[in-house]
Design a binder for this molecule. Structure first.
Ligand code: NAP
Ligand code: MG
Length: 474
């Protein structure tokens, strides 16, 4: 294997302040009660900034600002709203290097992902929904579709800016106003986005950002003047939110976890499938709700495939997220590392065989080597629970029927993958999989025009595409 020289992206393209306030009514200010929290770089444990923690009064102020802005914003012709969204998209493109470095610093993801995947998709979402803003009457939701009102949006830490884009772009295109809470461990890109809104001269109050922990999210979703709640995160918190919202007039969409099956048939091109498996589970350290975390491989090719997979895994470079050669960055937080470590230990103690390539992990920060488990059965916890880390469970099957039955044997239903040479088999199997997105001979492909969302405990509602407008229309 080649030794690569270090190829670090420059940190100097981003200027992180020592402290940040909340973004309410077009301006930054400290929280009413002065509470703050720190956000760290998970690759070094260095504190990046201190951020205001919004309390109930702050959430009240943000919701009130969004309510005041709603009348004039929703009254604008769609073509006028589109101009703001196009402007935001273009500013994101202009500032994409800065935002990519910021995202990698706060989240731990490799720069090649934030630079080549996250940021281009963030801009693409704003461009895409800008295009819808003046065509809502032709979207199939009646001749005069109306916005809902104030949207309270809560997002997770795995794709901080991309999840923000998925939430904010369709909300604004349809004429809603927004109060968004980013995750506690990754607040910075949302605060930089607030600055993008100012640069785009978005009217004050249309977008408000309230940083804080879970209780800030809870105030927001329970706020009586919020009309629409959109959440992405764990199934557990999703359930809590569904309970809190039930019996109110609020509209709700939930984007929760997954335990996707990536199914490899015996006629699949092995090398291509191995790339797809690696991308499916090691992309973004496996912190992906639609990750291909259960590999189902046809028994007759399992040995051959595992040899190739292990050889490929041994070439993955784990380390400094800002190095352009890095494939796997840092685990987002100490808490997430503990969860991954615990579930992996349970996998081994339940009898599955654990394997990782040799790799040296940095001494500071939160790290987990890419790991596979073979000999996994459907009863194992690592085959049932979302690990949300770089850990793959490998199961085998003999017939397509068995593959489908095993793939669907999960409380989740967000995504799945099929690897085969036969188009007819792709269609036949995809039709039987209970998953919102099914990829064929590829994995983890995203496009703003394509709806995304789950079945069962993976949540309900769709984001992206024309379908994504529906969640924001009355
Ligand atoms: P989480 O607790 O569901 O967090 C998601 C968001 O909800 C965060 O902004 C969080 O704030 C906020 N939140 C927490 N409690 C809340 C409450 N009671 N009411 C309203 N908002 C609340 O997820 P997590 O703790 O970051 O991750 C735990 C597990 O969730 C992971 O191991 C993974 O399995 C799953 N997960 C799934 C996705 C996905 O995309 N589907 C994303 C992330 C995590 P704080 O960040 O401040 O706690
Ligand atoms: Mg952080």
């Amino acid at each position: 294997m080649f030794e690569y020289a270090p190829a670090p992206e420059s940190r100097s393209v981003v200027d992180i302040a020592g402290s940040y306030g909340l973004f309410i009514d077009g301006a930054f200010d400290g929280g009413k009660d002065g509470n703050v929290f720190k956000t760290v770089n998970p690759a070094t444990e260095e504190v990046l900034a201190e951020v205001a923690a919004a309390g109930p009064e702050d959430v009240d102020r943000a919701v009130a600002a969004a309510r005041r802005a709603f009348g004039p914003w929703s009254a604008l012709p769609g073509a006028e709203r589109a101009k703001y969204l196009f402007r935001i998209a273009r500013i994101i493109q202009e500032r994409s290097r800065e935002l990519a470095v910021l995202e990698s610093l706060d989240n731990g993801k490799p720069i090649k992902e934030s630079r080549d995947v996250d940021l281009p998709l963030v801009a693409a979402h704003f461009f895409y929904y800008a295009g819808w803003a003046d065509k809502l009457a032709y979207a199939g939701f009646g001749p005069d579709p109306r916005p809902i009102g104030v949207a309270g949006q809560v997002i997770p830490w795995n794709f901080p800016l991309l999840m923000l884009a998925w939430k904010i772009a369709p909300a604004l295109a349809t004429g809603n106003t927004v109060v968004l809470k980013p995750a506690e461990t990754t607040p910075l890109s949302a605060l930089f986005f607030a600055d993008v809104c100012r640069q785009a001269e978005l009217p004050p109050g249309v977008v408000n950002i309230v940083t804080g922990a879970g209780d800030t999210g809870a105030y927001l979703v329970q706020h009586p003047d919020v009309n629409k709640v959109a959440f992405t995160g764990s199934t557990e918190v999703g359930r809590e939110i569904a309970r809190a919202v039930s019996g109110t007039a609020k509209r709700l969409t939930l984007e929760l976890g997954g335990k996707a099956a990536n199914i490899v048939f015996d006629d699949a091109p092995i090398d291509q499938a191995v790339e797809g498996i690696v991308n499916g589970i090691f992309f973004n350290q496996g912190h992906v709700c639609c990750a291909g975390s259960r590999l189902l491989v046809q028994e007759s090719v399992a040995d051959e495939l595992l040899v190739s997979l292990k050889r490929r895994m041994a070439t993955l470079r784990v380390g400094d997220p800002l190095d352009k050669n890095t494939d796997i960055g840092a685990i987002n937080s100490a808490a997430q590392l503990t969860r991954i470590t615990e579930l992996s230990e349970i996998g081994a103690s339940e009898g599955a065989e654990r394997w990782s390539p040799e790799c040296t992990l940095p001494d500071r920060g939160f790290w987990f080597a890419p790991t596979i488990f073979t000999g996994v059965t459907q009863a194992h916890r690592i085959a049932r629970e979302e690990i949300f880390g770089p850990v793959l469970s490998v199961l085998t099957f003999r017939t397509p029927e068995e593959a489908v039955a095993k793939a669907n044997n999960t409380p989740y239903g967000l995504s799945a993958g099929i690897w085969t040479e036969k188009g007819s088999r792709i269609l036949a199997v995809a039709d039987k999989l209970r998953a919102g997105v099914v990829w064929a001979n590829t994995f983890n492909k995203f496009d703003p025009a394509s709806p995304f969302g789950g079945y069962k405990e993976s949540g309900y509602g769709r984001e992206g595409g024309r379908h994504g407008l529906e969640a924001y229309l009355a």
